[in-house]
Design a protein around this ligand. Structure first.
Ligand code: SAH
Length: 539
């Protein structure tokens, strides 16, 4: 995975890493730490605290106009990683450019989160700290940037987290709290023993930071549990509670803790900068908060929404049009011709289809596949073997029926206008020319993890009776055994939306997943349709 992928999309460094040469030319104190690599690139040594500090101070100055001082013996924050967290908080509270109140638990010497949040978004911060040195520096950093009106740094006793910091202000509702907790439980963990996979290389950057900063009893797990505990008492005094985590393995037990405590809204994310990964967890007791999707779900959703597609290049379209009109489908435009040819293939395959509403100059078919008629002999036998292996106790009759279905000849149709006119889910057939609506399948139907996916009868490939006499070929021979009393297809392999449209001078065919057993089946059908169309051009 490209590591920048899990940088927040709004992170200014996502696709534009700091330009060391430029910064070195502009900032002499930074230039001292820049070396030239073997391939002639300007680099800095991330194992040297002085170099890391120089980079952080330079970036804060150059990109945010902030002047800060940090002692070498305290944690030196890296700016891109801290920005990720700020942007995620923006997502949580919908808080860009609005007056919002936040708490930074353990602000550190740099006071980096409040400085960034106040400068970028005008947020008000209550910043807490236990360590004297950090507290003094943090205060100074706020003052020298003229941000004392927005940032209040408070010294708190060690055992305290949120409760005491909020004791005095009983009226105010804070929008969020954030925290970069001390990650490690002991010196060994801090040195990287236990916390990392032994095959992983040692950390590529130096771990600066004093003992109270990076270590807490029980490590980050206990620290965050204490915040959770406080939140259970404070509940709606804060709209969002959040915490950064240094170890992925902390995520599951903390999510479990929140679940056990019945916290209604929970989400998490991952951040990354170079080779450093971090995770963050957030929870809320409000019902009306925006809950950003966690990254894994987001990736799955993106994948699920992306249609399968293929293009029929302009060069072959004339031939396809001729072919379509020879079959009696005098369509006219390439989109209609391709749609007619696709309808013919679908009819031969006994895939149910109906026209769906779509934009002008497009064609859209709602497909319901009830049996796998497109898989080729050898592939089919392989698939059957695999299924038998995976279902060793499947009833004998089921596999026999399947064999009968797979060897049965497909009823042929010479008329490509023959349509399987099945009402799916009660929606009336509509003329695509007169009903310009959005092309995508309805969202809730595409959602891969929604409940209906599991409710689908998914065993049709092995148990459905699909003898030829019940083949789904014409309006007079409709598959009543497959229709429920509402006219909806009750057993199917999958449903998808097939769109045909012009893309410049080519024709683009897209298949959008709706629901069903498994997307490989749609993939196979897509390949089959593509090959059939391309073969007819090649001939
Ligand atoms: N927020 C800074 C510093 C994180 S290090 C950054 O991201 O760079 C963690 C900080 O929490 C340390 O400065 C440590 O002194 C402070 N800390 C530890 N226990 C605390 C507590 N109970 N309350 C407030 N701060 C605490």
């Amino acid at each position: 995975m490209a590591l920048n992928k899990s940088m927040h999309p709004r992170n200014r460094y996502k696709d534009k890493p700091p330009d060391f040469a430029y910064l070195a030319a502009k900032y002499p104190e930074f230039q001292q730490h820049v070396q030239t690599s073997l391939v002639g690139r300007p680099v800095i040594n991330f194992k040297e605290p002085e170099a890391v500090r120089a980079l952080t101070c330079t970036l804060l100055k150059e990109d945010f106009g902030l002047t800060i001082e940090i002692p070498l013996e305290r944690l030196i924050p890296t700016v891109p990683l801290r920005l990720n967290y700020i942007h995620w908080v923006e997502d949580l509270i919908d808080g860009q450019k609005q007056l919002r109140r936040g708490i930074d638990i353990g602000t550190g010497a740099s006071c980096i989160y409040p400085l960034l949040g106040a400068t970028m978004n005008g947020w008000y911060f209550l910043a807490t700290e236990v360590d004297d040195i950090c507290f003094d520096y943090a205060k100074k950093n706020v003052e020298q940037n003229n941000l004392s009106d927005l940032i209040k740094v408070v010294k708190v006793p060690k055992k305290t987290l949120l409760m005491d910091a909020l004791k005095e202000e009983t009226e105010i509702v804070y929008d969020f709290c954030m925290c970069n907790p001390p990650f490690f439980a002991n010196q060994l963990e801090a040195k990287g023993v236990n916390s990392r996979n032994s095959r992983r290389p040692p950390p590529s950057s130096v771990n600066t930071g004093g003992v109270t900063e990076i270590m807490a009893e029980g490590g980050e797990l206990e620290f965050v549990k204490r915040i959770i505990h406080d939140s259970l008492q404070l509940k709606k005094r804060l709209r969002w509670y959040s915490c950064m985590l240094g170890k992925k393995c902390s995520l599951a037990p903390l999510k479990e803790e929140l679940r056990k405590q019945g916290v209604p809204k929970v989400t998490y994310t991952e951040f990354c900068q170079g080779r450093t990964m971090r995770w963050a967890l957030a929870w809320s007791f409000y019902d009306d908060v925006i809950v950003p999707s966690p990254p894994s779900k987001k990736r799955k959703l993106e994948k699920a929404r992306k249609p399968l597609s293929f293009t029929l290049p302009e060069a072959g379209l004339k031939e396809l049009q001729t072919k379509a009109s020879a079959l009696g489908c005098a369509g006219g435009c390439p989109v209609e011709s391709v749609t007619s040819l696709l309808e013919k293939s679908l009819t031969e395959l006994r895939v149910l289809f109906k026209h769906a509403p779509c934009r002008k100059q497009e064609q859209s078919l709602f497909l319901t596949a009830v049996e796998n008629t497109w898989i080729h002999g050898r592939q089919r036998r392989r698939e059957q073997k695999r299924q038998l292996r995976e279902l060793p106790r499947a009833p004998q009759s089921a596999s026999l029926q399947n064999t009968a279905a797979t060897t049965a000849p497909c009823p042929s149709t010479s008329d490509c206008n023959t349509k399987v006119n099945v009402q799916v889910a009660g929606s009336p057939e509509q003329n695509c020319q007169t009903q310009p609506v959005k092309r995508e399948a309805p969202k809730e139907q595409i959602e891969p993890e929604s409940d209906h996916m599991n409710k689908v009868n998914t065993s049709t490939d092995t148990v459905m009776d699909t003898s030829p006499k019940e083949g789904l070929t014409t309006e007079n021979d409709s598959p009543l055994q497959l229709l429920s009393s509402h006219g909806a297809v009750s057993q199917f392999l999958f449903k998808c939306l097939l769109n045909v449209m012009l893309e410049e001078k080519d024709v683009l065919v897209e298949l959008h997943w709706v629901e069903g057993q498994n997307k490989d089946l749609m993939n196979q059908l897509c390949t089959y349709l593509k090959n059939t169309l391309l073969r007819s051009v090649a001939r």
